[in-house]
Design a protein around this ligand. Structure first.
Ligand SMILES: NC(=O)c1ccc[n+]([C@@H]2O[C@H](COP(=O)([O-])OP(=O)(O)OC[C@H]3O[C@@H](n4cnc5c(N)ncnc54)[C@H](OP(=O)(O)O)[C@@H]3O)[C@@H](O)[C@H]2O)c1
Length: 182
């Protein structure tokens, strides 16, 4: 039976596919404003659960001065080094793909993979990501943390929408159920 709860990657990258510099800085991304909120609030309303890797979580904590930005949503942070929970998140040290598959089987709004690449990789391997919403910043970085690692499972997609937000282009893809040979 198909789940109706989608697992969605919503992320920004450089034109050459990096989500951060090697030292995790996002200066190259944050210098662009785009247009309005670049579709963020409309997307945010569709999600009930949020998945993060520990490095992405800590990057957010360092940058955000006030309240955790996803307060009120069900947030899971994958980590082998942190455990328990805070007021905002629950730490998870379980197989990423099987934990996420069980979330998808529960009723609720969509699930957002904030990132980073380490958390995304096992979800791609098990073909769990239903939608990809990727904002491309107009810069070639030449190095950094790649969104898709070498050896990522071949995944066939349907391009469903292209939107321009001033400097950004947003590409929306759905996983093609028939797969690469369909
Ligand atoms: N451009 C964007 O829109 C965007 C979006 C999101 C993130 N980012 C950037 O991406 C960078 C981080 O990405 P990343 O790929 O390096 O790291 P990440 O995926 O955010 O986090 C990696 C961490 O996740 C935990 N982890 C990984 N595999 C696990 C497993 N199988 N089970 C349990 N825990 C596991 C480990 O935490 P422990 O070390 O605690 O064990 C690991 O160090 C940050 O700089 C962030 O700012 C950019």
């Amino acid at each position: 039976m198909h789940s109706t709860r989608k697992l969605v990657l919503f992320i920004a990258q450089s034109l050459d596919g990096y989500i951060a510099r090697e030292d995790e800085s996002l200066d190259w991304l944050l210098k662009y404003e785009g247009s309005g909120d670049n579709g963020y609030s409309a997307f945010y309303e569709t999600v009930g659960t949020i998945l993060l890797g520990r490095r992405t979580y800590e990057w957010i904590l360092k940058k955000v001065q006030s309240e955790f930005p996803y307060q009120g949503k069900e947030c899971y942070v994958f980590s082998r080094s942190l455990s328990g929970r805070t007021n905002s998140v629950t730490f998870v040290n379980q197989d990423i793909a099987s934990f996420t598959a069980s979330l998808k089987a529960q009723p609720g709004q969509d699930i957002w993979i904030v990132g980073g690449a380490q958390v995304l990789n096992p979800l791609l391997r098990d073909n769990l990501v239903d939608e990809f919403i990727i904002h491309i910043a107009p810069i070639i970085l030449g190095g950094g943390i790649p969104l898709f690692k070498a050896g990522t499972r071949e995944t066939s997609l349907d391009l469903v929408k292209v939107t321009q937000y001033k400097e950004f282009v947003e590409l929306r893809y759905q996983r093609n159920e028939s797969g690469p040979f369909g």
